[in-house]
Structure formats: C-alpha cells, structure tokens
Design a protein around this ligand. Sequence first.
Ligand SMILES: [Zn+2]
Length: 152
Amino acid sequence: VTSINVISIISIGALHLDAIKAQAEQAYPQECCGLLVGRLNASGFLSITRVVASANTSNANTADSFEVDPKVRFDVMRDVEHSEDDIIGHYHSHPDHPAKPSQTDINMAFEPEFIWLITSVNTGQAADITAWRLDQSTRTCTPLTLLIRDPG
Ligand SMILES: [Zn+2]
C-alpha cells in the first residue's frame, strides 16, 4: 500500500471544482469549507471522488479562518465506512488572499495526512485552486500537482 505521504498528484473532476468555486463565491467575503473524499487509484495518485460542502463553524473570524462542521465529518465518515473511499482532506477559500496556506492554517493543522485544496476568491470571483500537504516535521506546506478530469 502506497502511503498518502508520498503522493504528489491529486486528480479532481471539473464538476467538483466548479462546485467548490461556486460555494467559495457564495460564502464571500467569508471563507467556505468542506471535505474531500477519494481513493488511491491504480496510477498511484489520489483521486477525489466526492466533495462535501460544510458550513464554516469556526468560532474565530470566518473571513480568515474555517472549521468543518463536526456533524458533517461524522456523517461522511459513516458514509465511507464500507467503501473504497476515505476522507482524504479538506478544502477552503481565501477571500481576497492568495491560494496558499496561511500561518493560521498551518497553526490549526492537526491532520498531517490530509490534502488541502485552497481556492482564492478575488472580489467575489473564484480564481486559483491549489493543492497542498503539510510537512509535520517542518510545519511547512508542500504544493501538490492538481489534475483536472473532464466531466463525464
Ligand atoms: Zn486558509
């Protein structure tokens, strides 16, 4: 079994990407967030098979922080329990900030195996989407390659 930690390529469906962007624009100027469900595929990279939107339940300022609703997470965990899929990460938006992890993101990260997707939203318009993984030992983030699958 290949460890998720050595994976550097993530694939996501174009429709999933559209869904994340739409949610990010709707939440603007607050941050949106949700979970990424997926699996390791035969080519040795991670495929996102489902994106699950969550309310942003952060107790801090939701314009620059996020927290996935624990109930959403619980429901998704139950859904994937007897499937090939797993929760492989989360996504969130950066209103009027670049699509890269903030120091707050890194400080709040407790799950080193998780993939992060971040979409920037510039004056209400979703822009770049990037993928990252936290290096637990250095507490820095490594960019990953995000492949976009065609719909269908
Ligand atoms: Zn962030």
